[in-house]
Design a protein around this ligand. Structure first.
Ligand code: FES
Length: 168
C-alpha cells in the first residue's frame, strides 16, 4: 500500500518534468533567487505589505480554521503564527516529516515539484498520499487564495513533551 503511493508520487513527478500550467513561479520556491530569506532553520520571513492569502487548515478531526496569511509565507510559518497544530520539529530544514500536509489535487498541481530531498522525507510520513507535501516547503501566493490544507490524522512527533517550535 505505502509502496504504491510512493510509486504513484514518483510517476506523477516524472510526468511533471515539463512545467505545469499555472505552476507557481520558480522564484517563489524557498531557497531560489528572489525567494524570501529564511532565518535559522525555520519559518520564512515575509513582506508585511504582501497580498493577503486565505488559508483553511482542516484538522484531523475535520475542524476547519481559516486564517489570513501573506503571500511569501510557507504553510509551517502560517500554522505556527496562528496556533494551528503542526509540529515542524526541524523548523523547515527538511529533516523531519512532522509538517506533512495533504493538498487538493488542483492546488498540488499548481506548486513547484517537490525536491528529491522533500520526497525522501515525505516517504516517512504516516498517511502519505499522492498530494502530500511538507508544509515548510509550500510557499503561498495570491493564486492560492482560499486553499484548504488537510492536516494528517497522525504525524511522527519528535517531541515527547508535546512541545511545538514557534517562529523566532
Ligand atoms: S518542519 Fe521538518 S521537514 Fe518541514
Amino acid at each position: 500500500m505505502a509502496m504504491s503511493l510512493i510509486l504513484r508520487r514518483v510517476a506523477r513527478r516524472a510526468a511533471g518534468l515539463a512545467p505545469r500550467a499555472g505552476a507557481v513561479a520558480p522564484s517563489l520556491a524557498p531557497g531560489a533567487a528572489g525567494a524570501p530569506i529564511r532565518w535559522h532553520g525555520g519559518a520564512g520571513t515575509f513582506d508585511a505589505g504582501a497580498e493577503d492569502v486565505r488559508v483553511v487548515f482542516v484538522a484531523g478531526d475535520g475542524t476547519e480554521t481559516e486564517v489570513v496569511a501573506k503571500a511569501g509565507q510557507d504553510l509551517l510559518d502560517i500554522a505556527h503564527r496562528n496556533d494551528i497544530d503542526m509540529e515542524g520539529a526541524c523548523e523547515g530544514s527538511i529533516a523531519c516529516s512532522t509538517c506533512h500536509v495533504i493538498l487538493d489535487d488542483d492546488v498540488f498541481d499548481q506548486l513547484e515539484e517537490a525536491t528529491e530531498e522533500e520526497d525522501d522525507m515525505l516517504d516517512m510520513a504516516p498517511g502519505l498520499t499522492d498530494t502530500s507535501r511538507l508544509g515548510c516547503q509550500v510557499v503561498v501566493t495570491s493564486d492560492l487564495d482560499g486553499i484548504r490544507v488537510q492536516l494528517p490524522k497522525q504525524t511522527r512527533n519528535f517531541y515527547v513533551d508535546g512541545h511545538k517550535p514557534t517562529p523566532h
